[in-house]
Design a protein around this ligand. Structure first.
Ligand code: M6R
Length: 613
């Protein structure tokens, strides 16, 4: 999704803008641009493609000065082109604007402005903003802040905005409604950014703007006000993340680094939330025992990979607590007439905490009186701030567009929550809790083992990754793993992949099986009949000459006869096997993508956080 960076201060803004935009590249974009105040002129440089193209342009047509605002655009209204890329200006070229989000009523606003003589150049919704501000100044606004506030009162939709103007040449204005935007408070200047990693190497002091707030940044300080003009005391917070956490640390891609970080991430969640490796003791999650016990129903809401984590959450909570659990896609739930009640806990799952559909769903559930728990990886995000309580997954910044460590951290969060709730509700004895916690502690080492098998998995991926399609099958706890494995594969290798509940194979997908189709089967050993059922499904695939890639428990001889290739993984308790098995599938997708030469960290058309519908 689009990225915003801005700087006002004594330094030259240009290198800071380019560096900040580079740190936001992972969000996905197709064009980029900057606007910089240079000796009383507002200079703009933009171009289509990667930031390297913008850097080349800046080398040919240099610019220097401050303040400046920069943007990476992910096209929504109008194709990726120089004209459509941001910053956009008013008709006089005195006001420049960068924008994330969507101005939903831009067509009617544009129509009115055109009637008043404003010439429009682009197809974007954003371009109405500088023209609206210009018009408000013409219509008697006393100053720029008032013109911006009046203009924004007319805009419907979502925005994070950075604005500079020749009328106020030492200032950046920043406003937010529904799209994330932060202010960075530095020693020698102030920053704006759509995401913390963009400015983490410059400052760790940030103000998370709230919806409906306007920040006025000057070299010496920041003022924040509401759109009605009321002053707000800025709440400056210290970000704990280290800048290096958002760097590649010697790995060829962020995704590879993030896959390898999983044992550490899960180990530290376990250390934080368990006591003596024998009991769950949730830290900083916010509910007391009485509040947990008051929960009668759970509804989990999320999108994409986080939805598959939620699907696992449903299974583990049902298994350990006896509570009824539903799972919903944010994009569907927000438009459904679902029956909601105050005894219901609505659990959102999100890496970014900014996914528009998840956020809208939580707002809807809270309006209906439900309590909201966010399982979230981004402190200070909208979801974290708007929920009653938060389970922070603390996986660190996830830069690769394809989610990996955030996913396994979400699974771990659900496992810990389920044990905690199960114990409180009397569904688990102390002894059962002790066994579960002990078995959870085996997971990080089991993941280490899978990571050490990287070269074997690479060989399998190279052999099977070049066909047009692949099928992923799993059951019960590993049904979501099959869905997630297929999603990882399509996202980064662009090989079409379907995830299916193995029991559904006979209801349709079996027609696809022939001697060319790779079928990834999750058949690690289980204590119940699911394992035997998976073996039967594999026999059905084998009988039709499908090419089975099995993820199986170490030493499982019966799989040897059925599968063409096997990824052996350590056997962990059934309930926790998805955290281990999915790592094998992440690597399988990763190496298939590498063999196909795709842009792994920034797959085509995808954005890291989907902040618009
Ligand atoms: O930030 P979120 O976890 O709310 O994002 C949800 C999805 O957009 C995200 O998981 C997406 O599916 C990823 N590309 C998966 O790799």
């Amino acid at each position: 999704m689009c990225g915003i960076v801005g700087y006002v201060g004594r330094r030259d803004a240009v290198p800071l803008l380019v560096d900040g935009l580079k740190r936001l590249e992972y969000r996905g974009y197709d064009s980029a641009g900057i606007a910089v105040m240079e000796k009383g002129r507002l200079e703009i440089r933009k171009c289509v493609g990667r930031l390297s193209a913008l850097e080349e342009k800046l080398a040919r047509q240099p610019v220097a000065g401050a303040p400046g605002i920069g943007h990476t655009r992910w096209a929504t209204h109008g194709e990726p082109s120089e004209i459509n890329s941001h910053p956009h200006t008013d008709s006089t070229g005195r006001i420049a604007v960068v924008h994330n989000g969507i101005i939903e009523n831009f067509e009617s606003l544009r129509h009115d402005l055109e009637k008043k003589g404003h010439p429009f150049r682009s197809e974007t919704d954003t371009e109405v903003v500088p023209h609206l501000i210009e018009q408000e100044l013409k219509d008697g606004a006393r100053d720029l802040p008032e013109a911006i506030r009046r203009a924004l009162a007319k805009a419907r939709g979502a925005y994070a905005l950075g604005i500079v103007s020749l009328d106020d040449p030492d200032t950046i204005y920043a406003a937010r409604l529904g799209s994330p935007l932060i202010v960075g408070v530095g020693d020698d200047g102030q920053f704006i950014a759509s995401d913390v990693p963009a400015i983490l190497n410059q400052t760790r002091k940030v103000i998370y703007l709230d919806d409906g707030e306007l920040a006025i940044l000057k070299a010496g300080g920041v003022r924040v006000m509401k759109l009605d003009g009321t002053e707000v005391k800025p709440d400056i917070r210290e970000v704990k993340l280290q800048a290096e956490a958002a760097e590649r640390a010697g790995f060829e891609t962020f995704m590879r680094k993030e896959i390898h970080e999983q044992p550490r991430v899960l180990r530290s969640l376990l250390d934080k939330h368990t006591k003596d490796a024998a009991a769950v003791a949730l830290q900083d999650v916010g509910f007391d025992d009485a509040q947990w016990k008051a929960v009668r129903r759970i509804m989990i809401i999320s999108c994409g990979t986080a939805y598959y984590a939620g699907s696992y959450g449903r299974l583990i909570i049902e298994a350990l607590t006896g509570l009824p659990v539903e799972i919903e896609l944010g994009s569907e739930f927000r438009y459904r007439d679902a029956k909601l009640s105050p005894d219901m806990l609505v659990v959102s799952v999100s890496q970014s905490g900014e996914t528009a559909d998840t956020l809208a769903s939580i707002r809807k559930a809270r309006r209906a009186g439900c309590k909201a728990l966010a399982i979230c990886n981004t402190p200070g995000s909208s979801l974290a701030r708007e929920s009653d309580v938060v389970f922070h997954t603390e996986a660190g910044p996830e830069i690769g567009v394809a989610s990996t460590k955030a996913y396994t951290a979400q699974l771990m969060a659900f496992a810990l929550l389920a044990i905690h709730l199960g114990r409180l509700r009397g569904e688990l004895t102390a002894e059962q809790e002790r066994e579960l916690v002990r078995d959870l502690h085996a997971v990080p080492d089991a993941i280490h083992y899978v990571l050490a098998r990287g070269e074997e998995i690479r060989a399998i991926a190279q052999k099977h990754g070049d066909g047009p399609s692949a099928l992923y099958l799993g059951r019960k706890f590993n049904y979501p793993t099959a869905l997630e494995g297929a999603l990882k594969n399509k996202e980064i290798s662009y090989q079409h992949a379907e995830g299916y509940a193995a029991g559904e194979m006979k209801h349709g997908p079996i027609a696809l099986i022939n001697e060319y189709l790779p079928v990834v089967c999750l058949c690690t050993k289980t204590r119940d009949e699911v394992y035997e059922k998976m073996i039967s499904n594999m026999k059905e695939v084998e009988a039709r000459h499908g090419r089975i890639i099995a993820v199986a428990s170490n030493g499982d001889e019966s799989v040897l006869k059925l599968a063409e290739d096997i990824i052996f993984v350590p056997q962990v308790r059934d309930e926790f096997s998805p955290m281990v098995n999915v790592v094998a599938l992440q690597l399988l997708a990763y190496f298939a993508a590498q063999a196909r030469g795709t842009d792994i960290d920034k797959p085509r058309n995808l954005a890291k956080s989907v902040t618009v519908e």
